[in-house]
Design a protein around this ligand. Sequence first.
Ligand SMILES: *[C@@H]1O[C@H](CO)[C@@H](O)[C@H](O)[C@H]1NC(C)=O
Ligand SMILES: *[C@@H]1O[C@H](CO)[C@@H](O)[C@H](O)[C@H]1NC(C)=O
Ligand SMILES: *[C@@H]1O[C@H](CO)[C@@H](O)[C@H](O)[C@H]1NC(C)=O
Ligand SMILES: *[C@@H]1O[C@H](CO)[C@@H](O)[C@H](O)[C@H]1NC(C)=O
Ligand SMILES: *[C@@H]1O[C@H](CO)[C@@H](O)[C@H](O)[C@H]1NC(C)=O
Ligand SMILES: *[C@@H]1O[C@H](CO)[C@@H](O)[C@H](O)[C@H]1NC(C)=O
Ligand SMILES: *[C@@H]1O[C@H](CO)[C@@H](O)[C@H](O)[C@H]1NC(C)=O
Ligand SMILES: *[C@@H]1O[C@H](CO)[C@@H](O)[C@H](O)[C@H]1NC(C)=O
Ligand SMILES: *[C@@H]1O[C@H](CO)[C@@H](O)[C@H](O)[C@H]1NC(C)=O
Length: 295
Amino acid sequence: MRSLALILVWMVVFGVVGTCHGGSLKKGFYNNTCPNAEAIIKNATEKRVASDPTLPARFLRMHFHDCFVRGCDASVLLNSTTNNTAEKDAIPNLTLAGFDVIDDIKAEVEKKCPNVVSCADVLALAARDAVSFKVSQTPLWEVLTGRRDSRVSRISEALANLPSPFSNFTTLVQNFANKGLNVQDLVDPSLNATYATFLKTQCQSLSDNTTFVVMDPGSGLTFDNNYYVTLKQNKGLFQSDAALLTNKSSRDVVDKLLGSKEFFKEFAKSMEKMGAIGVLTGNAGEIRKKCYVVN
Ligand SMILES: *[C@@H]1O[C@H](CO)[C@@H](O)[C@H](O)[C@H]1NC(C)=O
Ligand SMILES: *[C@@H]1O[C@H](CO)[C@@H](O)[C@H](O)[C@H]1NC(C)=O
Ligand SMILES: *[C@@H]1O[C@H](CO)[C@@H](O)[C@H](O)[C@H]1NC(C)=O
Ligand SMILES: *[C@@H]1O[C@H](CO)[C@@H](O)[C@H](O)[C@H]1NC(C)=O
Ligand SMILES: *[C@@H]1O[C@H](CO)[C@@H](O)[C@H](O)[C@H]1NC(C)=O
Ligand SMILES: *[C@@H]1O[C@H](CO)[C@@H](O)[C@H](O)[C@H]1NC(C)=O
Ligand SMILES: *[C@@H]1O[C@H](CO)[C@@H](O)[C@H](O)[C@H]1NC(C)=O
Ligand SMILES: *[C@@H]1O[C@H](CO)[C@@H](O)[C@H](O)[C@H]1NC(C)=O
Ligand SMILES: *[C@@H]1O[C@H](CO)[C@@H](O)[C@H](O)[C@H]1NC(C)=O
């Protein structure tokens, strides 16, 4: 959950996605054309999440990666072809598992309503329903629908647009600047010494790139605001985390999000804004039959 928690602070502080292009998304876009679409997606998602508790975080990340590259248009779901290397094959994809699950959920929708419900909407709804499952009786945020799917997905755009935690700080600042963010005055991180010692024991060697560590210690699979608690203990794993404490406005937001109620409220607001970034609507794009290939 940490990458989203990080993005949330940036969005609140810098008002990233204030200028939504999501004007023509609607509540219940499929009311007439596929009345059960949202219920089918919810059921299918919950069934999968019940047997794989890592899916909520995976779907959230996938939705976020989709929205930050070309807008929320399911471009992240397309496979590479002989002529094109897709976003999926960018480095950040390595932790973006769960594509096959989205494909399966889409297939269930297709059985009932062929060629009606877009992959972009399936992903936006599945992310919401996966995270809400077990946390809340009601959905944690509203997902407007009516997105359409792009016919394009390019690895170069993923590499250029995604604020990857593997980027050095210069690159990270540039990523946000490209989204209209003005990031200043960020200084070197100070990692909690106890935590740093612990992390060193986890790595087998300096070139070890296969060991996984939990990025939100103690709460890795739970949707909550624990990220901000650990951040305040200087346990933000990346420079990009530590940087949040070095700017007064972002530090104030971190303090605010230590309150659970504020966290859920702000998270919902930011997700609704993010889900509207650069969407295709009306006659733009298409309704993909299978999420991994254009029609
Ligand atoms: C779909 O139905 C819901 C609930 O009745 C309503 O709030 C929404 O406006 C409807 N949307 C459309 C596009 O008809
Ligand atoms: C979703 O699951 C509920 C509970 O199992 C069931 O009653 C309902 O019919 C399902 N809806 C759809 C559209 O599959
Ligand atoms: C790849 O490009 C070739 C030559 O332009 C074209 O004939 C072929 O249909 C393309 N394949 C795909 C999968 O787009
Ligand atoms: C991720 O990208 C690598 C190459 O960078 C590729 O080998 C791998 O198949 C991709 N994984 C997925 C799930 O698309
Ligand atoms: C396309 O991607 C899906 C996952 O979304 C994967 O299961 C499948 O093997 C890929 N197909 C091809 C032809 O690469
Ligand atoms: C950061 O990464 C970029 C791209 O890899 C590179 O061009 C730049 O020199 C790096 N900057 C620093 C300060 O290491
Ligand atoms: C925090 O960052 C914002 C956005 O870059 C900037 O406008 C503000 O001046 C910074 N605040 C401080 C105290 O550095
Ligand atoms: C890990 O390091 C090896 C050797 O440097 C490299 O070949 C491989 O691509 C790296 N894997 C990842 C996931 O970065
Ligand atoms: C470092 O982490 C420990 C808990 O693991 C905490 O008690 C301590 O306050 C932290 N130190 C700093 C400087 O944040």
